[in-house]
Design a protein around this ligand. Structure first.
Ligand code: GGG
Length: 362
């Protein structure tokens, strides 16, 4: 583990600052209890950075992120920044978070979701259907449609418009990502489901081919290929039949929001975005949810997705899985005590959840 452990904190926009304050407090408390030395830097990202610096992600922020062991992010975006036009800008120049993901090459995004016994009634499922669900969506994060080029909206001769986005994947991008999937499947149940649309997309054909090829190096892992549409349907019908799911950038984004329903709310889902499984590289930790502008500033946002992202930070960047598990247990205690924010059917404030988790940590 790096000593001191260098953390860059980028709260972002909307409810980002509120949930990051809780995640950071849990991080600092546990580091203090465990005698872990830290060096913490703060900066702005996306809308907040645009307002102060006229850039969604400054070069200085990228340099600080690269020099850090980990980056803790809240959420980015908001309608006030959606229509800003930067002529000829790449997707990364238009979105601070996408720039950081690209610069740090955090191509493997881990998005775990599970059914909590005390929250089964908060899910849209019959308890017997979702009980025991424990899934990890692995989302490829640096390629595919979000970064695709060419892209654009062109006017046609008849005055109407045509929009297009290219979905590019090289065999190497798929190969390095699939290898992470097989490694992680080996650390869990040994089952890996790869999802694609190889029935209608060329990128899907290459995806399936390379994943199968990588699988030859992992004879102990049971690999299943599913078409994405069918996979999402099966994830709703049989939540407990999945373990690790390997998906491209777009399908992984869709799948992770969908399986958040197992946990009762999108506010529960954490993520770890890694440059492979190399603990020496800077990684990004952030909740899966967005900025929720409708509730920003009210002190009612669910901070658990961020707190669980800090648990993943302890596991992957500090190599202290035991401390990650301690945070998981504190969150469980908070849920069992019924200290729940509104998205989970409760009336607790962000601060009440924070206090409950801190007291459960001791
Ligand atoms: N904390 C996640 C977040 O801020 N997400 C904003 C977002 O939707 N980014 C685009 C993406 O993840 O594809």
């Amino acid at each position: 583990m790096a000593n001191p452990f260098k953390l860059l904190v980028l709260p972002g926009d909307g409810i980002g600052p509120e949930v990051v304050a809780v995640g950071l407090s849990v991080f600092e408390r546990l580091c203090r209890l465990e005698g872990i030395d830290t060096e913490i830097q703060h900066d702005l990202l996306h809308g907040a950075a645009w307002e102060k610096y006229g850039s969604f992600c400054r070069d200085e922020t990228v340099t600080a992120a690269k020099q850090s062991d980990a980056v803790l992010i809240g959420a980015v975006g908001g309608p006030q920044w959606d229509d800003i036009v930067i002529e000829g800008a790449t997707p990364a120049e238009r979105d601070g978070l996408m720039r950081l993901r690209e610069e740090l090459e955090t191509y493997a995004c881990l998005r775990p979701s599970r059914a909590y016994e005390s929250l089964l009634e908060q899910t849209p499922f019959k308890p017997q259907v979702v009980r025991g669900a424990d899934i990890l969506i692995l989302r490829e994060l640096c390629g595919g449609l979000p970064y695709g080029n060419p892209r654009g909206i062109d006017q046609l001769e008849d005055g109407s418009y045509q929009a297009y986005d290219a979905n590019f994947y090289t065999s190497e991008e798929i190969r390095r990502f699939a290898a992470v999937g097989f490694e992680i499947a080996g650390q869990r149940s040994g089952k890996l489901t790869s999802i694609d649309k190889s029935n209608v997309m060329e990128s899907g054909i290459l995806w399936r081919h390379i994943v199968t090829e990588v699988g030859l190096d992992y004879p102990g892992i049971e690999l299943t290929h599913l078409y994405t549409d069918n996979a999402l349907y099966q994830m709703m019908l049989r939540p407990t039949s999945f373990d690790v799911v390997l998906a491209d950038n777009i399908f992984g984004d869709l799948a992770s929001d969908l399986v958040a329903s197992y946990a009762g709310s999108l506010g529960m889902l954490p993520s770890a975005s890694l440059h492979g499984l190399n603990p020496g590289k800077s990684a990004i930790y952030e909740p899966v949810h967005g900025t929720a502008p409708d509730i920003a500033g009210q002190g009612i946002a669910n901070p658990i997705g961020t707190v669980l992202s800090v648990a993943l930070m302890f596991e992957y960047s500090l190599q202290r899985k035991d401390l990650g598990q301690r945070i998981d247990a504190a969150v469980e205690q908070c849920l069992q005590a019924g200290v729940l924010t509104a998205d989970l059917g409760g009336s607790a404030s962000t601060e009440q959840v924070h206090e409950k988790i801190l007291s459960a940590l001791h």
